[in-house]
Design a protein around this ligand. Structure first.
Ligand code: TYD
Ligand code: MG
Length: 461
């Protein structure tokens, strides 16, 4: 008897196995393998039924003879979104937008697609999570009651592909990829096999028809896009929404972009009428203290091409036998390292203390230039002494206690000077020349080592 060829896919890592096992052979998670026949039915090409091949008569050609056509871009008119996309949606490009539930993915995409529709493009909004009525309600709320965006409430891949083929829209939104399922697979909607397969079909459609496809993906609690990361390599652009759902500000970060720069960010404020771009975001991540408080230090971080001022807060408090180290918006491993450097090179000991650090406003700072500000905030909290009013610091701190320069330090200093900051402690290599007038009003203390930075701060008490 011919045995049905089924395959088991892990819901955690996407690894596969030919037989069922209690433990995933790839990631060792328990009870995560689920059945789903990823094998094509005999004699049938998985893609063949729906698509023509990408380029039927592919020839081998030297690069110099291949025409490098510039990508056709469709700006959405939402500047902050266009900035992260690298100038707009690219024809035939596939964009994945990830983020926590409720952060504003559907809101932003509806705003974008409506603007594109108004500019004369053909769009399509496929909704699998909400009914057409719910999407209509959102459009009313956004002040777009006369929106002409065509909406298709559908979750079956084959029907979606059929609509894409027949309508040939310029831009299609799939909200969300986790709700889409294909009849060809037996595994449940939302499973890794389904998400991967559906995204692959949609990507092919985008490439062969020139439709830009935007996939909405939910981030699971582990932080990876469900269908854990399986989509990132398939698509051209990956954007993540960041931000605290309790604050109004949202960041969109490009973490992969085949058509533009990565690490560019777009900043939005969630208002009653949807997301509004914040064109000058530099100071929104500062909390409003009327007088300086201990444990707070402002740094200038660089996000893509723009400097942002962010407040780093630290709280050092006597801990139990195994003191805690906790960081929000900053890397925890780095915190442990900085505490060791602080002890060894600056004589500041927090061994028996709980240490909490936080980047205000729900931003994630991934660059090491935050080191100096983190260390100064910790020391300030430990001493119970605030840093002076209008104080900023940035710079990477190495294991030997040296303070290393941050990229584009002068741009950071200019931004701080522009916003009225008075005192800056920065790496020596970032300090401007003596006679440079663009930092007027800002007293700059260049330092080489962490001890030096501590001395400067004590001298300012
Ligand atoms: P939504 O776009 O549905 O999030 P996602 O698609 O990422 O899950 O956004 C939902 C939140 O945004 C919801 O809590 C309500 C809020 N919101 C506003 O504050 N103003 C608005 O104009 C809209 C449409 C939503
Ligand atoms: Mg949504």
């Amino acid at each position: 008897m011919a045995k049905d060829k089924s395959i088991y896919t892990c819901t955690e890592c996407g690894g596969t196995s030919a037989r069922w096992m209690g433990k995933c052979p790839s990631c060792n998670a328990w009870n995560t393998l689920i059945e789903g026949s990823a094998e094509p039915a005999a004699g049938k090409n998985r893609f063949g039924s729906v698509h023509a091949s990408l380029a039927p008569t592919s020839e081998v050609l030297p690069l110099s003879q291949i025409e490098a056509a510039d990508f056709e871009r469709h700006p959405t008119g939402i500047d902050e979104l266009d900035r992260v996309l690298g100038g707009g949606m690219v024809e035939g490009g596939v964009v994945l937008i990830g983020g926590d539930p409720g952060i504003g993915k559907s809101t932003l995409l509806l705003q974008a697609v409506d603007a594109l529709q108004r500019s004369g493009m053909n769009t399509l909004y496929v909704t699998g999570e909400e009914s057409g009525a719910q999407v209509a309600m959102r459009s009313r709320r956004l002040g777009l009651p006369d929106s002409l965006v065509p909406v298709l409430p559908e979750i079956q891949l084959e029907k979606i592909l059929h609509t894409l083929q027949s309508r040939q829209p310029n831009i299609a939104i799939i909200d969300s990829i986790q709700t889409v399922y294909s009849d060809q697979l037996t595994s449940a909607p939302g499973s890794v096999a389904q998400v991967r397969e559906c995204a692959a079909h949609l990507t092919r459609t985008a490439k062969s028809t020139g439709t830009t496809i935007v996939l909405v993906g939910h981030v699971t609690k582990e932080g990876a896009l469900a269908g854990p990361r399986v989509l990132e390599h398939m698509v051209d652009t990956v954007l993540y929404f960041e931000g605290d759902t309790h604050s109004n500000f949202r960041l969109i970060r490009a973490i992969k972009n085949r058509f533009g720069a990565v690490n560019e960010i777009g900043v939005f404020a969630m208002t009653e009428k949807g997301l509004k771009g914040v064109s000058n975001p530099s100071a929104i991540f500062l909390s409003q203290h009327t007088e300086p408080v201990p444990g707070s230090c402002v740094m200038v971080t660089l996000e893509g091409s723009r400097p942002l001022l962010v407040e780093i807060q630290a709280l050092v408090d006597s801990g139990g036998p195994s003191p805690r180290r906790l960081s929000v918006g900053l890397e925890r491993d780095r915190l442990a390292m900085l505490l060791a450097v602080l002890h060894r090179h600056a004589g500041v000991a927090c061994m028996d203390q709980d240490v909490f650090v936080n980047a205000v406003g729900g931003v994630h700072i991934r660059e090491p230039a935050a080191d100096l500000a983190v260390m100064l905030a910790i020391t300030s909290s430990l001493r119970g002494k605030p840093l002076p009013k209008g104080f900023i610091a940035f710079g990477e701190v190495g294991l030997a206690g040296e303070v290393r320069p941050a990229p584009r330090g002068q741009d950071r200093l200019k931004e701080a000077a522009k916003l009225g900051f008075k005192v800056a402690v920065v790496p020596k290599a970032n300090a401007p020349k003596k006679n440079d007038k663009s930092f007027e009003g800002l007293t700059i203390y260049p330092v080489d080592r962490i001890e030096e930075a501590m001395q400067v701060v004590r001298g300012l008490d």
